[in-house]
Every structure is written in C-alpha cells, then in structure tokens.
Design a protein. Structure first.
Length: 204
C-alpha cells in the first residue's frame, strides 16, 4: 500500500457568531487572501492545508461553521472527531463576545474532553471601532487556561501564528498520549517509529 502524503490528519473547527470573520480567517490561513465579498456561510464547509511541523507533515481539515442560531443543530454534529477548535469573536461587536459563554457550553456538550481550543478576538485592525478591550479577552482565556490572540484577517495579524500554535499544542498532546480516542471514530496507534500515521478526524 502506498504511503499517505502526510503523517497526521487533524480536524479543526472555527466557531463563533455569524459575521465575526471565521471565513476570512480560514481563507487568510489556507490561501493567504482576503476579500470582503464573502456572504454569510450557509451550513458548513471546509478547506485543506498541509503544513510541516517538527519534521511531521500534517494535513489540516479546517471546518468553517455557520454561527447563526438556526444552524446550531447542524454545526454541533461536526464537533465529533475534532481535535482543535478556534472560538472567534469580533472586537467591534459586543454581542459576539457575550456569546462566548454560549459557545463554551456548546463545546463542552459536543466536543471531546481533550479537545484543544483557543480564543481569538478578530478584526483587531479596526481599533477605532473597538468595543471589547484586549484585557477582557485575556481574562476569559486565563479563566479557562487557554491561548488567546487578537487577530486580523484583513491585515494578516497573528492568523498563521494562532493556527500553528493550536496545531503544535495538539501534536504535543498526541506525543504525550493525552488524546483520548475512545469517543472518536479514529484509533491512535502506539508510536513505534518515526513513520507513524495518525488520522485525527471523523470518518463518518
């Protein structure tokens, strides 16, 4: 059997209210482009990006989930198998920040207990329209012991850094045996050599 063109495959999710810039972050990271012509994401879509980290070729399957309330019954089914989540709010939109607690409940209910996640305050290039101080985002992140970045897809600020640090944290968990495969549709093999392959996504 031919060897797969990657060593690991991670399923990542972008979640957050509609309009916070999830699709823009996705396109900035995967294609290094920014456009204002996006319409609100209908349902769920994903993009693929392969990176190399610590000598491992990692294929990222990044899902862009719709944030509107009426789509929550769709998006929650896609938490299964995810190993990383980026929860996004808009620093110019108070409602998106206030919805963090709702998204956290959603994550707690539907994602695995060992899922790695981080908080992103997007649109940090729009300082004149800022409503949410940086300190508030930091406070939420500190309360949950997670990483926090303010990002801008438009100005390309901290986008790649956020994604790569999330992937690195996931990789560290796998290498330390902290990813639990019992509630997922994949099985993590024992790492017997450097040429291991792990499929970390939902096959269904």
């Amino acid at each position: 059997m031919a060897r797969k063109p990657y060593d690991l495959l991670f399923k990542l999710l972008l979640v957050g209210n509609s309009g916070v810039g999830k699709t823009s972050l996705l396109f900035r990271f995967t294609e290094d482009v920014f456009t204002t012509t996006f319409i609100s994401t209908i349902g769920i879509d994903f993009k693929i990006k392969t990176i190399e980290l610590h000598g491992k070729k990692i294929k990222l399957q990044i899902w862009d989930t719709a944030g509107q309330e009426r789509f929550h019954t769709i998006t929650t089914s896609y938490y299964r198998g995810a190993v990383g989540i980026l929860l996004v709010y808009d620093i110019t939109n108070g409602d998106s920040f206030n919805s963090i607690s709702m998204w956290l409940r959603n994550i707690d209910q539907h994602a695995g207990n060992d899922v790695e996640w981080m908080l992103l305050g997007n649109k940090c290039d729009m300082e004149s329209k800022r409503i949410i101080p940086t300190s508030q985002g930091k406070q939420v992140a500190e309360q949950h012991g997670i990483r926090f970045y303010e990002t801008s897809a438009r100005a390309n600020i901290n986008v790649e850094k956020a994604f790569l640090n999330l992937v690195e944290d996931i990789l560290d968990k796998i290498l330390m045996g902290e990813i639990n495969s019992l509630n997922r549709s994949f099985v993590i093999p024992v790492f017997k050599n450097k040429n291991f392959i792990v499929d970390c996504y939902n096959h269904v």
